[in-house]
Design a protein around this ligand. Structure first.
Ligand SMILES: *Cc1c(COP(=O)(O)O)cnc(C)c1O
Length: 372
């Protein structure tokens, strides 16, 4: 089946007890055993499994083309479950411009726990290869990257991982399976902050790990989900599954709007640099066109005059809301460096846009008046 159909149908069926077409939210923490001690519904206790979570996991596994998925309480919890499925002493390779939460996870929790971590420019496959060690067990990719929209060649990186006996995981939050399918490109795991586009309405926090194979490594991820207990609520799973239904339609509209906004900015003298893989001249454009069906809904640009001017432009927007996060229906603008704080690698004059579903002409008019 095609992805639009899977988005609406995978993981759903009318409720056998009532015939309800929209799935009921199951709040029960515990499930009755039959006389023979079995669990006829397949559920035992809500930390280890819940029907709303199960439905969401089936849907996301189908969208990414994986055998299994595990939903966790946030994108961070999902990433943590993957890293903690390695063993102390293992080496992981991460992008030098990884999402700042992922970089902090590595530096503040995983390295003290015993992992070795190297941050490298994974858009350069030679640099990736040179950063491998005999004990490298995982390469973590994120493409397009935050906030510079750098594009990493996933098929190339998958080849390097395979040659090294390591797994490749891709944080696919920005592209979503609608625009990019890492497992089909050779990755072993696709990881999401469903908080963003999958939820799509800025009203839930949830993470998902999708595995190409339901193998021993994924069983370790599952065990971390069950035992660490960072599981999402039934209601958040219900909301995320509802979000997934419209994901294909929304992603196309986000991308169409972002392309228009990026082209406007590229022609505006106050925007010194515009980062969007859909623009000619973007260094990752060719790779993006090969591995993504559309360039996506995120754009960033740099204004002269540093942080002060960038913050003034953000404050001058009337339609774009000045807030962090991304992937909602409403457009957001964010001065990224001040959110990331000390040690940030983000240029001080950079503003990041999450282009929502408003009419692109209204968004362009807003940026025009804010840029002056
Ligand atoms: C937001 C985000 C995360 C973390 O997700 P949370 O749900 O906030 O924990 C991870 N990766 C990327 C690319 C993100 O944008």
């Amino acid at each position: 089946m095609r992805i639009e159909t899977l988005a609406v149908r995978a993981g759903r069926r009318p409720d056998p007890a009532t015939g309800a077409v929209a799935p009921p939210i199951v709040l029960s923490t515990t499930f009755e055993r039959a006389g023979d001690g079995s669990y006829p519904g397949g559920y035992v206790y809500s930390r280890t499994g819940n029907p709303n979570r199960g439905a969401l996991e089936s849907c996301l596994a189908a969208l990414e083309g994986g055998e299994a998925a595990a939903a966790l309480a946030s994108g961070q919890a999902a990433a943590l479950a993957v890293f903690l499925s390695l063993a102390p002493g293992d080496h992981v390779l991460l992008p030098e411009d990884a999402y700042h939460g992922t970089a902090r996870l590595a530096r503040e929790i995983l390295v003290p726990w015993g992992l070795e971590a190297t941050f490298a420019d994974l858009t350069d496959l030679g640099a990736a290869e040179r950063s491998l060690r005999p004990n490298t067990r995982l390469i973590w990719a994120e493409t397009p990257s935050n906030p510079l929209l750098k594009v990493t060649d996933l098929a190339g990186l998958a080849g390097i991982a395979k040659g090294a006996g390591a797994r490749l995981a891709c944080d696919n939050t920005w592209a979503t399976p609608i625009l990019q399918r890492p497992l089909a490109l050779g990755a072993d795991l696709a990881v999401h902050a469903a908080t963003k586009y999958i939820g799509g309405h800025s009203d839930l926090t949830l993470g998902i790990v999708v595995a190409k194979r339901d193998d021993a490594f994924f069983q370790r991820v599952r065990a971390r989900q069950h035992t660490s207990g960072a599981v999402p609520s039934p209601f958040d799973c219900w909301l995320a599954l509802r979000g997934a239904e419209t994901l294909p339609v929304r992603m196309r509209a986000h991308s169409e709007g972002a392309q228009r906004v990026a082209e406007f900015l590229a022609a505006h003298p106050a925007a010194e640099r515009v980062h969007y893989p859909g623009l000619p001249g973007h260094p990752g454009r060719e790779t993006a066109m090969r591995q993504m069906s559309l360039p996506g809904g995120m754009v960033s640009f740099e204004v002269g005059g540093g942080a002060e001017r960038a913050l003034a432009v953000a404050a001058g927007c009337r339609l774009f809301t000045q807030a962090t996060s991304l992937g909602g229906n409403e457009s957001l603008i964010e001065h990224r460096a001040s959110v990331e704080g000390s040690g940030t690698r983000t240029p001080p004059g950079l503003l990041r846009l999450s282009v929502g579903l408003e009419h692109p002409d209204d968004l362009i008019e807003d940026l025009k008046q804010a840029l002056g």
